[in-house]
Structures are given as C-alpha cells and as structure tokens.
Design a protein around this ligand. Structure first.
Ligand code: MOS
Length: 719
C-alpha cells in the first residue's frame, strides 16, 4: 500500500544553515594547513615548453611549486570494472585555455596567489577550433533513437512545423566554490570536498595518483550547490592531494570563480532541429528531431537529447539523431536537467508553434495527447499525470481568460502581456544503496547511507521516512551521508537520490522492528524504541541493508562499492518511468526597451508521492528560477581569437536576481507511483526546470508575436 501524504515540516538542517553553523568542505580548519593556487594555461591548445618557478619560490611564504614533473604519468587505459577514469593532473599537453599547469603551495592564501602570479610558464601554441560553428570541427554522430516510421508519418501529415533552436553554453555558479582540502597522514589520504560523488572521487584519485583506494576517505557532509558541476570528478582534486602527500602537511585550494568557469564542467552549447507533423484531425503524428552539441576532443558527455521528448505525448513515430561536435574546449558535463532542459526548450517551443498553426489552444492541444505507452521501449509508462498537471496549472493560472491570438493583451501604457505554457519530463531513475541503522538505548539514532546532501533536502526526506516508520527521538537522529566512511557513496545526480533512499530507509526500518521484536520476545516493555532497548538492557541495536534498483542484481552493489555507476531506469523491465511537470508563465514586455519581465509562474509537478512538501516546493521554485536565468540571461561566451571563456565572472555572466523573479506558485499532483517503490515517489530536482524556459519563450510569442528560437532571449531579439 502506498503511504498516505506526508506532513509539511521544515528542513531538518534549515536552522543551522540559516545561522551559518553548517560546515562546508572548505570550512575545515586543520593544524599546519597550507594554501594553494593553480596556475592556468594561457593558450587554447598546444604544449608547455617550460615552467619557470624561481620567481614564485622567492615570494615569502611560498613552500613549493608543483609542475607536471611532480605527478605520475596519466593512466590512459580504461580502469578495471566500473571504476572512475583517472583525472588528468598537470601535463605538458594543453587542451583548453585555463587548464592547470602548476600549483603553488604557501603558508598563506595571499602568498599562494602572489606565487601563482609569479610563475612563468612558456607555451608553444597550436591552431585551435573555438566554436561549434567554426571551421575544422569534428562531427561524431551517436546511435539514433527511433520508434515507428516518422518519415512516413511526416510525409503524410496535413500540417507540419519545422524550426531550429539554439541553447547556449552555460556555467553553474553555486554559492560554494569548488574546493579541495587534502590531508596525508600515516599512509592515509583524507579529502574534504564539496562533491556529489564521494566514492567515485576516491577511485578517481586513487587511479590518478597510483594509490590503493582503501587508503583514501572522502568527506562531503554538505554541498553548497551542485547540479552536476560537483558530480564530475573535479580537476583540482588529485593535484591538491598530491601536494599534501609530497609536502606532508594539509593543503587547501579554493578555486577562484574565474578558474571555475575554465575548469569545471559546463552545459555545452547545443543545436536542435525539430519537425512536427499533425494529421488531418489535428493530432500529432510524427516527430523528427536532430540535435548536436559542443564537445571537447576527448569528452564523453553524451548528446542524449532523446530521453524525454518521446515520452510526452504518446506519438508512435519518432526519429531522433544526435551528434558530438568536437572542438578545443574543456569537458562539458551535467547541469540541471542536462538534456531535457535544452531539448524541451526546442521541442515545447515547436509544440507551441504547431498548436498556433493549427489554431488550437496550446493547453487543450497538449491535453489531447495523453501518453500511456513509451514508444521507444513499447512498454507502458508506470504513471503519467501530465494532464492533471496541465489542468490544475491552467486552473490556478486563470488560463481560461487567455485570448488565443498573440499581441492582444497589451496594457494601456503599451506594456505587452503574454501567457505561455510548456511541459517537461525527466527520467525517474534509482540506484543501488547501502545503509546502516543503529538505535541506542541512550536516545540516539544513526542512519549512515549512500547519498549526498546538496541543498535538495535528502536528509529531511530520510527523517520523514524514519520518523514515520519508527518511534524514535527525532531530536537525536543523525544522518551520515556524503562520506565514504559512512557507506559507499553513489554519484547523487539525475534526480535519483530520493527514489534510491526510500527502499533503503523502509527496509532498514522494517528490519529494525523485526530485530527489536525478536529481542524483546514475550517481555512487556513500553515507550519509544530507545526506552524499549533500555528496558531490556541492550545498549543498541544495529541493522544493515542493501537495496538495488528495479531489475538490478547484486552486481549493482559491486559497482556501487567500486565507486562506479549503479543506476537503473527510466526503462525498467516491465515499464518506463518519468516525472512530469507543466509550467504557466506570464511575461510583460516593456514597450520601448522591450525588456522582458516574468511577474508570475504557476508550476504543477507529478513526482509521485511528495515526501517532504516544503523541500519539494523549494526545488520547483529553484528550477523555475534557473530556467528564467537560462531563458533570459545566462550564456557563457567564447572569444574565438583566444579560446576560453570571455565572461568568466558574475558581473558578465548574468544570473537572475531577486528583481527578476516574481511569484512562483507551486503545486503537486501527489499521486503515488506504486510500481517504483513502496512510497510511490519519483524524482523532482531536475524535472522542476524542464519546459519552463520554453514557457517563457512561448509567453513572449504570445505577448509580441515574435518567435525567438534561441536562449537567452534578449532585448535585441524583440526590437
Ligand atoms: Mo545532476 S545535472 O544529474 O546533478
């Protein structure tokens, strides 16, 4: 039986965070701590000829300068099993502007910065390809995604739309900078780092530095913003670890924001050509969608843009192609809703274009396409309450008052008003999980489990589950996550954290209850679980559980323990699972400057059963804010003469601020999906954002009659 709705509560870590009491990785203080600063490459491609360090060594306080010669050669062969690739350390080959060529370690941060500026590398530059539109790119198609016969369906369509859309390169800018603090002591390496992937970091560092993973612990109790940037293995981690090993003192590097732009993974620029057909009755019949994105020379972030569009509207005929376009850049990677966000900007804009061409209301048009089957696998969808999201969202927004023709809602002062809608989906994944639950007679409870807290509220979700199942003291519940010493840690990403921890928490609670019942036997005890243990003079009870995703066997646990991926979904053996959302957006376009404002948004999500209502609503608000940033503000630009990123700071990379954000009304369908887990919960973190940028663009079209097919949509596009 799926659980009843969960109560509203504050996040269990909210108070500490608001008070500034939460310790993030870079807050760690250690005796004898040294500070480090990287020296970035000043060419876009080529070789390091020499690194002159004498000037840096003369800076008072500088302890050591590490260059390529201080690192073991990079292991290029694939790692055994499912382990992580080695992360490149400073090398003489330069693949992108900003690549670290040296690390200066000093007694103070100031000395480290001054030392880094005094290092004099010399380079031999080579020609490079800076942009996906430049000559000299290498195009690598990947396997197409096909269902039915889209070509025939489109050839027979009564109405078609065909258009190209562009999504820009973008960088995460979380409040917590990238940082690594490494301690090498008694043959053990301890790494404090904000990461979504503590165990993969362990294996990657072991491989980069030729160490046994067993001597490494990675600690990441809290992460101050992530969304993929901290899911990849960070470039600086093995470099800082090596410095700590060679010097024999703890070393801390907090990467300056400009270097984060150049070294972290980022959302690559992508291009999308969408063709939609409708039959004589106005039903969608046939989708063709070709996508490509910018890729580094050796990068592996796949152009998987066909995850979610085929799972939206029950269209049997789908023809999707995708390609990497290799240029000279750092590795792109995951950024919130990595593929569905740009894909749905394109696809949901195209759906709006088709509805408009057919003279149909875009909500009614979507409602006429309820999906029950996944055309890619042929299996049913486990649940899809998208139509409920659309209906409830339209009601809350007041959509019924919307005139269908664009440009007809102007205010007396000339302000153009537009209402737009778009929808989204995101795979409902899950991963293998390992947990230990210990309840003490002293009132304490400790749950040590796989997973990372990066602001998405996973600790609160865990507390909701354990406190529902077990009569324990909530004030003394410790949840140990993000720490390789607590449990093997998966890369917490892809919105799979909650759905992965649900089975582990429920299983652990059930085993605890069984173990306690066995311990107590026929004795009569009363009170909460702690008092019951005290009554039978047992200091504590501990249970261990491991769970795998649907359709997985125990090998998933081996992959988890080895620091690899152990993810199942969204195609499960019997069905396919996605979370869904509908966004409704009002824009106001200032008549002279054409400045676009977003005074209100209504978003209604289907993420199965909501476990932590307050956290969930915050997730959706955050997703909408990120989408508004993407739709109207954020683009990282390249200077093609030099390569590298031009606007590598928060003055020029413009993110939304409070003045950009109006009212965001969030609601949930809250229908459990019992096929996925006993609570019926699906992921939420990423679907929150999917489709919202298209809703902004569709609202701008409704306000102005101008269709902008690129993000960010700017004033000059509307003049
Ligand atoms: Mo996410 S972009 O899967 O952290």
């Amino acid at each position: 039986m799926p659980a009843a709705p969960f109560p509203e509560r504050e996040r269990i870590d909210a108070r500490d965070k608001v008070l500034g009491a939460t310790a993030y990785a870079a807050d760690v203080q250690l005796p004898g701590l040294l500070y480090a600063m990287t020296v970035p490459a000043a060419i876009a491609r080529g070789r390091v000829l020499a690194v002159a360090i004498e000037g840096a060594m003369r800076v008072p306080g500088v302890v050591r300068v590490l260059t390529a010669a201080d690192f073991p050669p990079l292991l290029s062969a694939a790692p055994p099993g499912n382990g992580q690739q080695a992360q490149p350390t400073p090398a003489t080959e330069i693949a992108y502007r900003g690549q670290p060529v040296a690390l200066v370690v000093a007694e103070t941060l100031e000395a480290a910065i001054e030392g880094a500026e005094a290092v004099r590398p010399t380079f031999a530059g080579q020609p490079f390809v800076p942009l996906i539109d430049s000559p000299g790119t290498t195009r690598e198609p990947v396997k197409p995604k096909k269902a039915g016969d889209a070509q025939a369906a489109l050839a027979g369509a009564a109405t078609t739309v065909e258009a190209s859309y562009v999504s820009p390169a973008q960088h995460h800018n979380p409040m917590e900078m990238l940082s690594t603090t490494a301690v090498w002591q008694d043959g053990k390496l301890i790494i404090y780092e904000g990461t979504q992937a503590a165990s993969p970091v362990r294996t990657a560092v072991a491989r980069s530095l030729g160490l046994d993973p067993a001597v490494i612990e990675v600690k990441s109790a809290y992460v101050g913003g992530a969304f993929g940037q901290k899911g990849a293995i960070q470039r600086q981690t093995p470099i800082v670890a090596r410095a700590a090993m060679l010097i024999g003192r703890p070393v801390k590097l907090v990467m300056p924001r400009a270097q984060i732009f150049h070294n972290a993974t980022f959302r690559p620029k992508s291009r999308h050509r969408v063709t939609l057909g409708a039959d004589a009755g106005g039903q969608l019949a046939g989708i063709r969608y070709d996508a490509d994105h910018q890729q580094s020379r050796k990068g592996t972030f796949a152009p998987s843009y066909h995850e979610s569009p085929p799972r939206m509207y029950g269209v049997a005929d789908y023809d999707g192609t995708a390609a990497n376009v290799r240029i000279d850049t750092q590795d792109p990677g995951y950024m919130r809703a990595p593929h569905p966000h740009p894909a749905h900007f394109a696809f949901e804009s195209a759906v709006d274009e088709l509805a408009h061409k057919l003279g149909r209301d875009p909500v009614a048009f979507r409602l006429a396409h309820h999906a029950t089957i996944d055309p890619i696998s042929g299996h049913p969808l486990s649940s899809c309450f998208l139509n409920e999201c659309l209906t409830e969202g339209a009601r809350r927004f007041g959509w019924a008052r919307r005139p269908i023709a664009p440009g007809t809602m102007a205010e007396p002062d000339g302000t153009l008003v537009g209402w737009g809608v778009a929808a989204g989906a995101y795979p409902a994944n899950m991963t293998a999980t390992i947990a230990t639950l210990r309840i003490g007679a002293d009132g304490s409870t400790r749950f040590a489990v796989t997973g990372h807290e990066f602001g998405q509220g996973i600790r609160t979700v865990i507390a909701q589950l354990l406190e529902r199942e077990l009569d324990i003291d909530p004030g003394r519940l410790e949840i140990a996550i993000g720490d390789t010493a607590a449990a093997p840690q998966h890369t917490t990403a892809g919105s799979w954290g909650t759905a992965s921890v649900v089975p582990a928490a429920l299983d652990a609670a059930a085993r605890m209850k069984a173990a306690l019942a066995e311990l107590i036997g026929q004795r009569r005890v009363s009170g909460n679980l702690h008092r019951q243990l005290a009554a039978v003079r047992r200091p504590f009870l501990q249970v261990e559980v491991s769970t795998v995703g649907l359709g997985q066997d125990a090998s998933a646990l081996d992959r988890l323990r080895a620091g690899g991926f152990a993810v199942a979904g969204p195609e499960y053996p019997q069905f396919t699972s996605f979370s869904y959302i509908a966004h409704f957006v009002e824009v106001r376009v200032e008549p002279r400057t054409r400045r676009v404002r977003v005074p209100r948004v209504v978003s209604v999500a289907d993420c199965g059963r909501v476990i932590s209502p307050r956290t969930a609503a915050s997730q959706v608000r955050g997703g909408v804010v990120m989408a508004i940033g993407s739709a109207l503000r954020e683009e990282t630009e390249v200077d093609p003469r030099f390569g590298g990123w031009l606007n590598a700071d928060l003055a020029d990379y413009v993110v939304p601020v409070n003045a950009d954000i109006g009212d965001i009304d969030v609601a949930f369908i809250d229908h459990p999906d019992p096929l996925l887990n006993a609570v019926g919960s699906k992921g939420l973190g990423e679907v929150s954002m999917v489709g919202a940028a298209a809703a902004v663009a569709n609202a701008v079209f409704h306000a102005t009659g101008t269709r902008v097919r690129k993000m960010p949509l700017r004033v000059e596009d509307l003049l």
